[in-house]
Design a protein around this ligand. Structure first.
Ligand SMILES: [Zn+2]
Ligand SMILES: [Zn+2]
Length: 154
C-alpha cells in the first residue's frame, strides 16, 4: 500500500489549486505511487480495471500530469513512443537501461555522469537545470535467449 500520506499530499495539492478531489484521481495516484516500476497510462488503466475501478484514459493522463506537477511522480521517456511515469523516490537522478526485447528496465546511478555534465556545462558558462539519459538495448536475459539474434553492440 502506498504511504497514505503521499496520496493525502496529492489531495492537498488538488485542494490548494481548487481542483476536484475525486475518487478516480485518488485511485490513479494510489496505483502509481504504490508501484515500484515505470508505468504507462495503459498500465495504470489495466491496474485500475483489475481493482474494478473504471477511470477514463483522459482522466488518467490528466492525473498523471498533475502528479508530475506536484513533484510526487516523474515522467520518463524510454523512446517507446509513449510516456511512462514513476513515483518520485529519494534517488535524485537515476538512469535507466531499457531492454527493447522484453521491456525490462534496470535502474542505476553513477555520480560520474552528473560530474561530466557539470564540467561540460561549466566550461561553456551554461547552467543545467535538468538532463536526460536514454540507454536502450538488450538485457542479459534476452541475450541468453537462443532464438534472439544478438544485436550489434554500440
Ligand atoms: Zn530483455
Ligand atoms: Zn526509474
Amino acid at each position: 500500500m502506498a504511504d497514505a500520506d503521499v496520496v493525502e499530499r496529492f489531495a492537498a495539492f488538488l485542494r490548494e489549486r481548487h481542483l476536484p478531489v475525486t475518487q478516480q484521481r485518488l485511485a490513479v495516484a494510489d496505483v502509481l505511487l504504490r508501484a515500484a516500476g515505470h508505468l504507462s497510462a495503459d498500465d495504470v488503466a489495466a491496474q485500475l480495471a483489475e481493482r474494478g475501478e473504471r477511470v477514463g484514459l483522459a482522466t488518467i493522463y490528466r492525473t498523471l500530469d498533475l502528479l508530475v506537477s506536484c513533484g510526487l511522480a516523474e515522467q520518463r521517456d524510454f523512446g517507446e513512443g509513449f510516456k511512462r511515469f514513476e513515483a518520485s523516490r529519494d534517488v535524485p537522478n537515476h538512469y535507466h537501461l531499457t531492454c527493447t526485447m522484453c521491456g525490462s528496465v534496470t535502474e542505476f546511478y553513477d555520480a560520474r555522469i552528473v560530474d561530466i555534465i557539470r564540467r561540460v556545462a561549466d566550461h561553456r558558462g551554461f547552467v543545467p537545470s535538468q538532463h536526460r539519459l536514454l540507454v536502450r538495448g538488450t538485457c542479459r536475459a534476452c541475450r541468453k535467449t537462443p532464438t534472439v539474434l544478438d544485436r550489434r553492440p554500440l
